[in-house]
Design a protein around this ligand. Structure first.
Ligand SMILES: Cc1cc2nc3c(=O)[nH]c(=O)nc-3n(C[C@H](O)[C@H](O)[C@H](O)COP(=O)(O)OP(=O)(O)OC[C@H]3O[C@@H](n4cnc5c(N)ncnc54)[C@H](O)[C@@H]3O)c2cc1C
Length: 343
């Protein structure tokens, strides 16, 4: 360890070592991309000026949030290039469609099903050209690369304990790194690749804290109740499984949806509020396994769903969790009514 104050210092752990070195942007294999100056998330969040034309490679959470932020900060042209067939492609298909509609209305160009083949800059401070698989050239002043993250494990000496540097550290539910003997090497946060979110890393850290202190604990919520919020407008807030993920896991599910704008509390956010809420219900057990909300401020709605999923609250019990009038939470009532109607 180098403390920055001179000579390296060696510290010895008596009980455990926890790797929490996070992740770094993954650069996709696009010809020329590594040779030119591009933006990563750090550049995008610390820039001192607004580019007139911003190209965004990747329509996941970071790409979508930053694209909208820059458009609203005054960028004349913002174009998102996304290989999948929709924005936020790991969420329900209607989520990406609703977001794309909102983006279109404010002049953000969304190109889905579009892969980048080549990137070039004629001069270091000149415009960047992104050539798509179909030969289309897009020109921008900056190119934000937001195509995912990889583990920061290149230079930790993992090879000395028989692990391959560079990849995510695979862990069990007690956050112990697989492939290393003994109960001493743990990995928490982005570096283990389970759920690259601040709150899940903190949850895992609490779990390891308990284990190291001798209290038995496992981090099982990572598998089925991870809340995630995209801070776009409209917001997207989801927890648990999408319908597809639940079906792939062998769960027989039914989905119910409701228009958030039709809820009395929706009008508190203004006229013409749109958005959709959806529950994914395990038909056999009659409990929630997933929920997603698209609309204004829905990040605050999702924790109720997290509690319902983690607590495996039967839908017939949820029926008695009466939401206050007139709040957006009344969408819960409407969803439960819809579920009863379709049962
Ligand atoms: C643009 C962007 C927006 C995001 N927004 C959200 C959000 O809204 N909500 C959310 O939940 N998550 C968000 N995330 C994800 C969130 O930032 C990460 O999940 C979280 O920071 C992971 O925490 P961590 O402690 O694992 O890693 P980090 O926060 O990356 O911390 C790792 C630390 O380890 C240090 N380190 C690395 N290598 C070494 C070494 N060899 N020696 C010593 N120190 C080292 C690093 O300097 C760093 O300080 C966002 C990510 C991005 C990129």
């Amino acid at each position: 360890m180098d403390t920055g104050a001179g000579a390296p210092v060696t510290v010895t752990a008596r009980k455990a070592v926890v790797v929490a070195t996070g992740s770094i942007p993954a650069i996709p294999p696009v010809e020329g991309l590594r040779e030119i100056t591009t933006w990563d998330n750090r550049d995008a969040t610390s820039a001192k000026r607004i580019p007139s034309r911003l190209l965004v490679l990747g329509g996941g959470v970071v790409g979508a949030e930053m694209a909208q932020a820059y458009r609203r900060l005054g960028a004349d042209e913002v174009t998102i290039v996304e290989r999948a067939d929709r924005l936020l492609s790991t969420e329900e298909p209607f989520v990406g469609a609703e977001l794309a509609e909102a983006f279109d209305a404010e002049g953000i160009r969304v190109l889905t099903g579009a892969g980048a083949a080549r990137a070039a800059r004629e001069a270091a401070d000149g415009p960047v050209t992104l050539t798509l698989d179909d030969g289309t050239d897009l020109v921008g002043d900056e190119l934000l690369v937001a195509t995912g993250r990889r583990a920061r494990t290149d230079d930790l000496g993992l090879d000395t304990v028989g692990l391959e540097p560079g990849g995510f550290l695979e862990v069990d539910d007690r956050l112990r790194v697989r492939g290393v003997d003994g109960d001493w090497l743990y990995a928490v946060g982005d570096v283990n690749g389970r759920a690259l979110l601040t709150h899940q890393g903190k949850y895992q850290a609490r779990t390891v804290g308990d284990l190291v202190a001798g209290r038995e604990q496992t981090a099982w919520a990572d598998h089925r109740a991870v809340p995630r919020v995209a801070f776009t407008d409209p917001q997207v807030a989801a927890v648990g499984h999408t319908e597809r993920q639940a079906r792939d896991a062998g769960v027989d599910v039914r989905t119910v949806r409701y228009d958030i704008g039709s809820v009395a509390g929706g009008v508190l956010h203004g006229r013409g509020v749109g958005g959709t809420a959806q529950l994914v219900v395990d038909r056999r057990r009659r409990v929630l396994v997933g929920a997603v909300f698209v609309g204004p401020g829905v990040g605050e709605l999702v924790h109720a769903a997290t509690i319902a999923i983690v607590g495996e609250v039967p839908l017939d019990t949820l029926w008695h969790a009466v939401p206050a009038f007139p709040t957006m939470s009344e969408v819960w009532l409407r969803l439960l009514e819809a579920e009863r109607g379709s049962a």
